[in-house]
Ligand binder design. Structure first.
Ligand code: IMP
Length: 192
């Protein structure tokens, strides 16, 4: 079974990757904590590429990375690449987002997720990005998920991400869309 390193230090992300990639005969393992990759890219895709490539080179193994965030139109795309660093907790981040958006009538937003797979020499051989469109509510709703989920409302499903059962969010989220796009290519790869 080929081993693929998930270029994250976050065990939650490893579990999510396992759920999306479970049908493949890959052994997924977490990146060692001592390998730290600076996210200096200017796009989600650049950051996913950086993480996958640098971890692959450091370990001489296959590596997969994702990078994601929320872009709000009335905030010129913020928090964007800084989604994780927008506050010190999920509560803080949501509070800041709602404060900065104030009573703006344009509440259009999108979640973006980029994924990159690097071979052991660091070369990126597959990449993709998924987008999920929504709007930002004025008050949080629902108790599932994480991050900005309680304020991210998907009109097509009439629910926030936090109100969706996990399987529904998995299917419709930016991450789910990105993985669905890349799965046919991942299935046909033979990792050596
Ligand atoms: P990263 O991809 O680990 O760099 O972090 C992205 C950040 O974007 C997270 O810390 C969350 O704040 C936010 N984010 C990404 N995906 C989601 C999601 O599905 N729901 C809610 N927040 C998300």
């Amino acid at each position: 079974m080929p081993t693929v390193v998930v270029a994250t230090g976050n065990p939650g992300k490893l579990q999510e990757m396992k759920a999306y990639l479970g049908e493949l005969d890959w052994t997924l393992k977490l990146k060692p904590a001592e390998i730290d990759v600076e996210e200096t890219g200017e796009t989600f895709l650049e950051n996913a590429r950086l993480k996958a490539s640098q971890v692959a080179i450091a370990l001489d193994q296959w590596a997969i990375a994702d990078d994601s965030g929320l872009e709000v139109r009335a905030l010129n795309g913020a928090p964007g690449l800084y989604s994780a660093r927008y506050g010190s907790s999920d509560g803080d981040r949501i509070e800041r987002l709602l404060r900065e958006l104030g009573d703006a009538t344009d509440r259009q937003a999108q979640f973006v997720c980029a994924i990159a797979l690097a071979q052991p020499d660091g070369q990126i051989i597959l990449e993709t990005a998924g987008v999920c469109l929504g709007t930002i509510l004025t008050t949080p709703r629902g108790s599932g998920g994480f991050g900005y989920d309680p304020v991210f409302y998907v009109p097509a499903l009439a629910k926030t991400f936090a109100e969706m059962p996990p399987a529904q969010k998995e299917q419709h989220s930016h991450r789910g869309i990105a993985f669905a796009q890349i799965m046919p290519q991942l299935r046909s790869l033979s990792l050596t």
